[in-house]
Write a protein that binds this ligand. Structure first.
Ligand code: C5P
Length: 294
């Protein structure tokens, strides 16, 4: 009963991110409030001749065996037998790459969910989350979606109440990218343990929109911003342009994507225009709630 279907792979933003310490395995323990947004890639699953997974991407630079989608397929094949029916996965890429939006992790999460369905593996949520953590620190969150407080290296999740509705404008300076590893290598170690996330978690628990936006406007929301912001004049220009237009842009993850949240569509439109006038790419989307697959 193999059939063709498609899944969306949603991007994430970090409403706050605090790096706590470096670990012996090279990773960093962190605390982060993660939020899924409607900006998404699309993965199409269809039957193919032979066995295993053929993977294609609309962005040729991302095709191939290294892609987390291919690696998700190999991981499931190794665990559950190599004689699984042939599947072709096409990834229609939309989320900017190396932007701090977990685009690759979102694709890996969608691949795990889609292959679980296509190959009729019936793996429970716990096993998919475990497989996700093997592929990358953000993959478990991308599987779960919604709003969560992440711990460990990002893979330990505590679900938070869904964020109240906000438009999200995500903006990225043209031709800027930063790998996660580079950001963790170069952030300011003196800022480790900052910023405190408790007020943000409390504001979300109380569904207090004003306190949520107030927290985002506080300035320093993400330890990793110290890795990218001082090195990118384009990013500084983008943040300044948005601030001059009355918004409080915040860096997502390892950047260089920044986002603003607003209740008003007109404000969202104006923020997107301001970012584009600065020569950046802008995406107008909204915050979304958790995965309905389970
Ligand atoms: O887990 P993921 O493959 O996304 O991580 C990519 C790189 O980012 C890691 O190899 C590591 O250098 C860095 N990283 C880290 N601490 C984390 C997550 C990622 O140091 N919590």
């Amino acid at each position: 009963m193999n059939y063709t279907f498609c899944l969306k792979a949603y991007a994430k933003i970090n409403l706050g991110l605090k790096v706590l310490r470096q670990r012996a395995d090279g990773y960093h323990d962190l605390e982060s409030v993660m939020q899924q947004v409607s900006l998404a890639d699309t993965l199409v699953f269809e039957p193919a001749a032979g066995r295993g997974c053929n993977f294609f991407c609309t962005d040729p630079r991302l095709s191939g065996h290294d892609n987390l989608v291919s690696r998700a397929a190999v991981l499931l094949q190794n665990k559950h037998g190599k004689k699984l029916p042939g599947v072709k996965i096409t990834l229609y890429k939309n989320i900017p790459v190396e932007a701090g939006l977990a685009g690759g992790s979102a694709d890996a999460a969608a691949a795990l969910l889609g292959l679980n369905r296509f190959w009729q593996l019936a793996l429970p949520k716990s096993e998919l989350l475990e497989a996700g953590a093997e592929l990358g620190s953000d993959v478990p969150f991308c599987l779960q979606g919604g709003t969560a407080l992440a711990g460990g290296r990002g893979e330990r999740l505590q679900e938070l109440p869904p964020l109240p509705f906000f438009w999200a404008v995500i903006a990225i300076p043209e031709n800027e990218a930063m790998s996660t590893a580079a950001a963790y290598n170069s952030f300011d170690k003196r800022k480790m343990g900052e910023p405190p996330l408790e007020p943000l978690v409390e504001a979300i628990s109380k569904q207090d929109k004003q306190k949520i936006t107030g927290w985002l406007a506080r300035g320093f929301t993400n330890t990793l911003e110290t890795a990218i912001e001082p090195r990118s004049s384009k990013l500084k220009g983008l943040k300044k342009r948005l601030a001059n237009a009355g918004f409080s842009p915040v860096i997502s993850g390892s950047g260089p994507a920044v986002f603003i949240l607003t209740e008003q569509w007109r404000d969202a439109r104006d923020a997107a225009r301001a970012a584009e006038q600065e020569g950046s790419r802008a995406y107008l989307c909204w915050v979304t709630s958790g995965n309905k697959e389970w």
